[in-house]
Design a binder for this molecule. Structure first.
Ligand code: ATP
Length: 231
């Protein structure tokens, strides 16, 4: 399988604290990987470095064989707490996101419309984002992350704040995206990871303490898996 992304010795220090401590791993093309760990494990910090929002203290990130440069077109990012301009409509917001991600301005509106349709917000495209429910906001957040058709999709706890229906909607969308997109998403809930994951990466206190397929990890630790997360 071809590697899309490789990070080597990735480290982020805040003062004397290592939020992320010497992490090395690879993501293969069109696979889904869950970054799993308790609060404060370093999930958001790792994703933020991969998304280019945070500069690492040490280590390298290589995508498709190149040290990452202009990654706007290559990467889509859904933050844990996505922010929207409440006075913009969903279509205006998604079109703006498309342009900021490098989509040709001539087709940005069309791409935004198609993407809103895909995430189930076609009927709400002309509504102001400030009127959206939590589930709609998360689907809008996903729309802005995929409108430029990134090869790598980074999702920070995409379903943690949602009710079961909202969770199901997002999981179904992610399953559709899996065929053509490499996905890395963080969660602290093992069941979320189990559903659509090829590889699990366990972070604890900034360190990568375990990785493998769900089956491998289960065999290694048997039950309860949670003990390696929370002890
Ligand atoms: P959660 O599940 O709560 O979102 P997380 O796994 O995403 O947690 P991070 O947010 O990456 O964890 O935080 C990792 C560690 O880095 C924590 O100890 C946190 O306090 C620390 N940290 C994060 N951002 C900063 C910052 N800007 N300054 C100082 N320390 C920080």
């Amino acid at each position: 399988m071809k590697t899309l992304l490789h990070m080597q010795g990735l480290t982020k220090e805040y003062g004397n604290e290592k939020a992320v401590d010497n992490i090395t791993f690879s993501l293969n093309k069109n696979t889904s990987t869950a970054l799993i760990g308790p609060n404060g494990a370093g999930k958001t910090t790792t994703l933020s470095m991969l998304a280019g929002l945070l500069k690492q203290t040490n280590g390298s990130i290589v995508m498709d064989g190149e040290i990452t440069g202009d990654i706007r077109r290559e990467i889509g990012f859904l933050p844990q707490y996505p922010q929207f301009y409440s006075w913009l409509t969903a279509l205006e917001f998604t079109e703006m996101a498309a342009k900021l991600s490098g989509v040709d301005t001539k087709i940005a509106k069309l791409e935004a419309e198609k993407t809103l349709e895909f995430v189930g917000l076609g009927d709400a495209k002309n509504k102001k984002t400030g009127t959206f429910s939590g589930g709609m906001k998360q689907r809008l957040g996903l729309a802005q992350a995929i409108v430029h058709k990134p090869s790598l999709l980074l999702l920070d706890e995409p379903v943690s704040a949602l009710d079961p229906i909202g969770r199901r909607e997002i999981m179904n969308l992610l399953k559709e995206l899996q065929a053509t997109t490499t996905i890395l998403y963080s969660t602290h809930i093992l069941n979320d990871a189990e559903e659509m994951t090829d590889q699990l990466l366990f972070l604890r206190k900034g360190k990568l303490v375990e990785q493998g397929s769900m089956r491998e990890v289960r065999e290694k630790y048997a039950n309860p898996l949670y003990k390696i997360l929370f002890l």
